[in-house]
Write a protein that binds this ligand. Structure first.
Ligand SMILES: O=C[C@H](O)COP(=O)(O)O
Length: 216
């Protein structure tokens, strides 16, 4: 399954019309780049209106109390659609557990290892987000992180779903899915690259040219 890693409502609306995307993930970096001076609530409401399925909105507070307050604020913007993206850590686990007990969905994020993904799943995270590109930036192989997490979720029948994010190349998508990701969240630019193959273009040109020059 694919989610779109974007906070640009125009791009989101355009790509949702392809019929291939099941949700949206945002983060403070994406929002800062795309939204600039735009009000966060206004931007998230526009993202919700332009899409279908879960929309992840990330907490930027660092203390447990402030994170809970921020989570309640975001959740109220669209209670059936907003998933609270919780940065991984001790406070993050407490917040994930508390939100789960209130029936609020979470996406535990910035996960770089099996151990972190496992803890996030045990705490009741709805989703656990493993960061493919950033794991590779450290020189580690992300594939066993994804595969071991998926195997453990199955063994213990934990409900969490794996999202693989931090996608830098189209091959990262195949790899994440082949190693057990339930969802890959793809930036629009990478998704557009998934469309193209020069042999497809050449073949379509050949077919259309043959039809145009047929004997009449
Ligand atoms: O929030 C999740 C993003 O997929 C992270 O992507 P990035 O490593 O390109 O910032």
């Amino acid at each position: 399954m694919l989610f779109l890693d974007s906070s640009d409502p125009k791009e989101i609306k355009d790509i949702f019309a392809w019929g291939v995307i099941a949700g949206v993930t945002t983060n403070p970096l994406i929002l800062a780049r795309e939204a600039g001076a735009v009000d966060l609530e206004e931007r998230i409401r526009a993202v919700v209106a332009a899409s279908k399925g879960p929309v992840s909105v990330e907490l930027v507070s660092e203390s447990e109390g402030a994170m809970m307050e921020e989570a309640r604020l975001y959740h109220a913007w669209a209670p059936t659609r907003i998933v609270i993206k919780v940065p991984f850590g001790e406070a993050g686990l407490r917040v994930t557990h508390a939100l789960a007990s209130q029936g609020i969905e979470t996406n535990v994020t910035c996960i770089m290892s099996f151990n972190q993904a496992y803890l996030a799943a045990l705490a009741g995270g709805t989703y656990v987000s493993i960061f493919s590109g950033r794991v590779r930036d450290m020189g580690y192989d992300v594939r066993p992180v994804i595969a071991e997490t998926r195997a453990q979720l199955e063994r213990e029948k934990l409900a969490a779903k794996i999202i693989v994010g931090s996608i830098r190349h189209i091959l990262d998508v195949n790899e994440a899915l082949a190693h057990g990701a339930h969802v890959v969240t793809v930036p629009p630019a990478i998704l557009r690259k998934m469309l193209h193959n020069p042999k497809t273009d050449e073949t379509i040109r050949e077919f259309n040219a043959a039809w145009a020059s047929r004997a009449k």
